[in-house]
Design a protein around this ligand. Structure first.
Ligand SMILES: Nc1nc2c(ncn2[C@@H]2O[C@H](COP(=O)(O)OP(=O)(O)OP(=O)(O)O)[C@@H](O)[C@H]2O)c(=O)[nH]1
Ligand SMILES: [Zn+2]
Length: 351
């Protein structure tokens, strides 16, 4: 009996919480409706979503008197989810707040699985992915390829950034050879050192200017160090909201957009830095290998698995020196990982 009562009580409590939440959302929506019909809201303006905290969004005014200011906004309930980097239309409301009434189409989306394994956008309108590697920690086997495939899948151009170029190991034959291989594929490779801030800004400046970038890469390669050098004085771990306002929200996963003093925008969050291969299909994997995708149509068998079948165009390309055996092996490794994980119902690795 006692157990049943407890269950009922639990059930009641959950229902209560849900009702409260719905009521609050309703109230907010009614308030917005009232403001809209009473004509107390200001004119429509363009804005940029800087961060999304629970029900509230921080929006930078892109025009008018408030241009450059951060406005705390609510979004109309009929708007699909908004993320950092979204450009929106908003209307000024009471006490320096605002209401988002529309969202512009996204040029690009960075996706990530949520707690239920569902892919969700975490940032919008990113123009380039800066894939940071370093001589130390040495890049895991095929890690770079995994990141490149993930970038190709999003359609956001990746740039390879060798950090810690000040270390002697940066000039080792293996690192030089590795990077040459990617340059030959057509990827841009930059060499930087977070220990040499002046050169860093001069080197990266032209790449960051007029664009929105994200830094991704394995732990320890120097992403935080680079970002800190690019934004001196900015606390990159926490946003502009005060402790009290942030209470109860997942700050560690909240992406935030920063304006770089030397020009350009940067979106950063721990979740974005871990960007990886989420739920990609075999076709996407092939598309993501820009040296392999033009080949696959030339295999003898239409359903070639590219795993040693006779007449496989990948083998022919390796023999002809058009595809490196390293990239080929990397492709096979990712493919077989995907197959074994899919057969066990797991998601692909991200490191
Ligand atoms: N020599 C040298 N060391 C660097 C450079 N950049 C970063 N480091 C060092 O490398 C270590 C890791 O740097 P972080 O900036 O924390 O690396 P991260 O990629 O942000 O790592 P996570 O936060 O784990 O993702 C630190 O000890 C840095 O001081 C560099 O350009 N040269
Ligand atoms: Zn084949």
């Amino acid at each position: 009996m006692a157990k049943r009562r407890l269950n009922k009580q639990q059930h009641w409590r959950i229902q209560k919480v849900q009702e409260e939440r719905a009521k609050r959302a309703d109230r907010k929506e009614r308030q917005i409706d009232q403001e809209l019909s009473a004509g107390t809201l200001g004119d429509e303006q363009q804005g940029l979503v800087i961060a999304h905290y629970g029900q509230q969004l921080e929006v930078e005014a892109l025009e008018g008197e408030q241009r450059g200011q951060l406005i705390r906004c609510h979004a109309r309930a009929n708007l699909a989810s908004l993320v950092t980097g979204d450009t929106v239309v908003w209307r000024p409301g009471a006490e320096g707040t605002g209401v988002i009434v529309a969202r512009h189409d996204r040029r690009t989306e960075l996706l990530r699985p949520d707690n239920y394994g569902q892919l969700k956008p975490v940032a919008a309108n990113i123009d380039q992915i800066l894939l940071v590697i370093a001589p130390e920690p040495e890049p895991h086997a095929n890690l770079i390829d995994r990141y490149l495939v993930a970038a190709e899948v999003t359609g956001i151009p990746p740039v390879l950034l060798l950090n810690k170029a000040d270390l002697a190991e940066a000039k080792s034959a293996s690192i030089v050879g590795l990077l040459q291989g990617y340059e030959q594929l057509g990827y841009q490779v930059l060499r930087t050192s977070a220990r040499q801030p002046e050169e860093l800004v001069a080197q990266l400046g032209p790449w960051l200017k007029d664009r929105t970038s994200v830094f991704v890469g394995q732990s320890g390669v120097g992403k935080s160090s680079l970002i800190q050098q690019l934004m001196p004085g900015e606390d990159i771990r926490v946003g502009a909201l005060s402790e009290g306002q942030r209470k109860g929200t997942h700050t560690t996963t909240t992406a935030r957009l920063f304006h770089l003093p030397a020009g350009g925008r940067l979106v950063d969050s721990p979740g974005i830095r871990e960007f990886g291969l989420w739920h990609i299909t075999e076709d996407q994997l092939i598309d993501g290998f820009i040296d392999i995708s033009p080949l696959v149509g030339h295999c003898r068998f239409r359903n070639c698995r590219h795993q040693g079948e006779p007449g496989c165009a990948l083998d022919a390309a390796v023999k002809a020196g058009k595809l490196t055996s390293k990239r080929r092996a990397s492709f096979e490794r990712i493919l077989s990982d995907m197959e074994s994980q899919q057969s066990r119902g797991l998601s692909p690795r991200t490191d």
